[in-house]
Design a protein around this ligand. Structure first.
Ligand code: NG6
Ligand code: CA
Length: 514
């Protein structure tokens, strides 16, 4: 440790700290996959393709069997991951549109803020999807894109603004669109800019990937998207190159910060539609571009690990691998994900997937790895992406302000694979909007709540049936992980307790004790 320039009290302080349990300051990398289901990795049971790099993390670290994201769509999971508070508590945290404003308030204490307090350099590379710009204004595509990642705690960012099925296909770095020629300004909107503007409807025959629902507005790279845009021609990227660019930028961030603790949020997009992996990954699995994209994701993880090894940082870096929501097959493009699915079970043994409050919507891969520090093993402790704020603050010695991170629990002992570790005993699961539809897991019981009279479309064989979903259902996950048998009539007492528990936690506005 360098002690020069330290004043006497600071020196004494640091010595006292060293004598007691000094907080640890490993580098931290959160790799958040997009739309990756519980069964989508070979370490979680996939058999028809391999994910060796992620398997290596799982084999040498903790593989969680009850690891969750907090919502079954992207924006609310990312919101709650960064703020440590359930997204359903804040209006306007559903899937962000192309011109959406930043949905995290600048005054909110965020996970990157906490990491900065602990002395970390913070960076985010990949998909953002939390909006840019002021409320009521949205992003100024041709000017400063703030507030944005910088204003909520990230020192560095290199981003795709929303999702790649939404316009525009440009990178954002240093609060601006990269390579934007002022003579060719970027315009983004939800209305057709001119009658002759080519779209997925008017030029459907020219598309390299056809759409199935929505996704039929502006065409870029032979793919029509959600929303319209013009201009910014030089700034636009090819979908096929996203993962390569982000690996390059992540590795550069790691390299630049190798001598100080860093926190990197790597937000992959690989599996999200439109699924267009780089040409070298196209056709590597029997399942079409969806699983080919999983192999591409696995490659990116391998490349980041290679960089850590080369810089001799592997023994000083905690990696958390997770997902933002469960799997989906047809999410708007005809990429044959369903037709080529074969025996692959993307959600593993679980019911539902993306958009669902059943286990398949939020129970997803969750792996923690820190060479020489985290023992290898499987953990059945319940942990969630919303817990990373409190857990990483605890690990790095930062005190949480009382009113911050209201639903984040310190599960750092479980993350580190300590034998006496505790996980959560309950978790609220939400879908996109989180209004009236919830999953509530308490120990091994699972209560689901749907709005009264809501309908469920179920495809049985080829027939679409429309059933009413009961407002409340109860499942015993210890005997029925696939949520096949609603046992609410057999356990009225337990159901009543869970209903009351869920209502109280929603009403209280927080679940982390003050
Ligand atoms: C939906 C899109 C879907 C996907 C999703 C967001 C349609 C019909 N569907 O509105 O394709 O973009 O939003 O996915 O447009 S997420 O993983 O970022 O939450
Ligand atoms: Ca997602």
């Amino acid at each position: 440790m360098i002690v020069k320039n330290l004043t006497f009290p600071a020196l004494v302080g640091s010595l006292v700290l060293a004598a007691t349990a000094a907080p640890e300051k490993p580098n931290i990398i959160i790799i958040m996959a997009d739309d990756l289901g519980y069964g989508d990795l070979s370490c979680y049971g996939a058999t028809t393709f391999k994910t060796p790099h992620i398997d290596k993390l799982a084999g040498g670290g903790q593989l969680f069997t009850s690891g969750y994201c907090s919502a079954s769509t992207c924006t609310p999971t990312r919101y709650s991951f960064l703020t440590g508070s359930y997204a359903f508590r804040t209006k306007g945290t559903g899937i962000a549109p192309p011109n959406g404003h930043l949905i995290i308030d600048k005054d909110t204490v965020t996970l990157p803020d906490l990491m900065k307090k602990a002395g970390y350099q913070t960076g985010v590379v990949g998909k953002w999807h939390l909006g840019l710009g002021e409320k009521g204004k949205g992003p100024d595509w041709n000017g400063e894109l703030n507030p944005g990642p910088r204003e909520i705690g990230f020192d560095h960012h290199f981003l795709l603004p929303t999702t790649n099925d939404r316009v525009p296909q440009v990178y954002v770095t240093e609060s601006r669109v990269l390579n934007l020629d002022p003579k060719d300004p970027l315009w983004v909107g939800m209305k057709k800019p001119s009658p002759d503007h080519p779209t997925g409807v008017t030029h459907r025959d020219s598309l390299k990937m056809d759409w199935s629902h929505g996704h039929n507005s502006t065409i870029h790279n032979g793919i029509s998207r959600i929303g319209f845009y013009t201009g910014g021609t030089k700034a636009r990227f090819r979908d096929e190159d996203l993962a390569d660019k982000w690996v390059e930028k992540s590795n550069a961030f790691i390299e630049r910060n190798k001598d100080k603790p860093f926190f990197l949020f790597y937000a992959s997009h690989d599996l999200h539609v439109p699924r267009i992996p780089h040409e070298r990954f196209q056709g590597v699995t029997p399942h079409g571009f969806r699983a080919d994209s999983i192999v591409a994701l696995d490659w990116t993880v391998g490349e980041i690990m290679k960089t850590l090894d080369r810089l001799k940082l592997t023994e000083n870096t905690l990696i958390v691998f997770c997902s933002d929501n469960g799997p989906v097959m047809d999410d708007g493009y005809k990429d044959e994900a369903l037709e080529k699915l074969g025996s692959h079970k993307a959600a593993g043994p679980y019911k539902g997937g993306k958009y669902s409050i059943y286990e398949g919507g939020t129970r997803t891969p969750f792996i923690t790895y820190w060479k020489g520090k985290i023992p290898a093993g499987k953990s059945d402790k319940m942990v969630c992406t919303v817990d990373l704020a409190a857990s990483l603050a605890a690990l790095t010695g930062v005190t949480l302000p009382k009113d911050a991170c209201t639903d984040s629990f310190d599960v750092s002992a479980a993350i580190l694979g300590k034998p006496d570790a505790k996980g959560r005993d309950h978790l609220i699961q939400q879908d996109n909007g989180g209004r009236g539809k919830f999953g509530f897991r308490k120990d091994n019981w699972k209560l689901t709540k749907h709005p009264k009279g809501s309908a469920r479309n179920t495809v049985v064989g080829k027939k679409l049936t429309n059933n009413k979903v009961p407002e409340f259902q109860l499942y015993d996950l210890s005997k029925d992980p696939g949520e096949k048998r609603n046992v609410i009539k057999n356990h009225p007492g337990i159901a009543a307790k869970l209903k009351a528990g869920l209502t109280a936690l929603i009403k209280a506005g927080r679940s982390r004790p003050e």
